[in-house]
Design a protein around this ligand. Sequence first.
Ligand code: CMC
Length: 392
Amino acid sequence: TGYFTYDSGFTATASCKSAITYIDGDAGVLMYRGYPIEQLAEQSSFLEVAYLLMNGELPTKAQFDRFEHQVTHHTMMHEAQKHFLQGFRHDAHPMAMLCGMIGSLAAFYHDSLDMDDPEQRELAAIRLLAKVPTIAAAAYRHSIGWPIRYPRNNLEYVTRFLHMLFEVPAEPLELKPVAAKAMDLLFILHADHEQNASTSTVRLVGSTGANPYACVAAGIAALWGPAHGGANEAVLKMLEEIGTPDQVGKAVEKAKDRNSGFRLMGFGHRVYKNFDPRAKIIREMCHKVLSELGIDDPLLEVAMRLEEAALKDEYFIQRKLYPNVDFYSGIIYKALGIPTEMFTVMFALARTAGWVSHWLEQQVDPEAKIGRPRQIYTGATSRDYVPMAQRG
Ligand code: CMC
């Protein structure tokens, strides 16, 4: 006993079999259900991608209409959940609110907790996809002291979310088409990424038979950290701290110094040792959004200089550190008027599609077992208890 393969951070361990997402980190390839991310980004929509991830195939028109109808008709938040929201301090981080509120869904929807019933499983997955935007927008509005806005179900998924975030009574919200397009694209790109920390968390919790609301709440908690989903928020803070393009060189030097404790946020990836294919797509959209919205953001200049400096620096080349998906996403969200502390919430909203897909896949996997890693024990060897009075 005690002789296990030591794999800190699971860099060489496949924890499950999955048919959802394929990544080739060396080649910079990402596919959902076999479809290259570039084609989905160009031609699909987030809701269609969510269907694809959950069901394995692109929907026919009739299948999509049914799916959209189902998602649309579960968008309302239970009125009693508003009391939950009121209980949070106004300055609570929206990720804390999201995590608590999503976990609480299990207390509201007892009709979707039987994991052995495929209809109940589907209902729970649909509910999560439908309610996360409503809850995310409500958390944001609570933080700024605005009344929550009910979902307008005559709008499509992303536009509806933008309305819930920004609409005020008696003042029509004027959205430029590029805003919904950019957000939809970011949601597609963030929708799944195989066994990242949060998805693995969802599966680990799911392996115990816990309900899907609890599983997704756990995923949200895992996503919050700056090494994972919190990176987009950290990128923007970093760019603001660097401030001007002439400070970029200093930041790069600091990131190379191990003792500084500073890393270039939005750089590097556990799996991609090449350009993150999502970063390439986002980079293009970032320029488009800023130009179509007429925004001259000096942080974009800092970001571009930083990217350029890091890509030709020996330290980053040697370690195969390239910009990842979050290097540009924060600049787009900022341009859309999303406050920085909401960035990770945006990621959570998109990744819910992936989380529920993995959870659904796991529930019917005949080989799935409770996740129970072992450890290499490094503590004291056997010794006798010493009564307190005799301890030095
Ligand atoms: N800046 C400077 N040095 C870095 C960076 C960075 N961003 N990332 C890695 N390194 C160095 C690291 O110090 C180490 O150097 P050495 O070999 O001399 O010890 C080497 O590169 C390998 O790093 P690692 O920490 O062993 O790599 P990892 O696979 O464990 O970590 C990572 C991957 C994403 C956590 C890391 O690259 C990082 O902290 N990046 C910044 C945070 C970030 O952008 N995270 C978002 C990831 S993408 C979105 C998502 O999926 O959530």
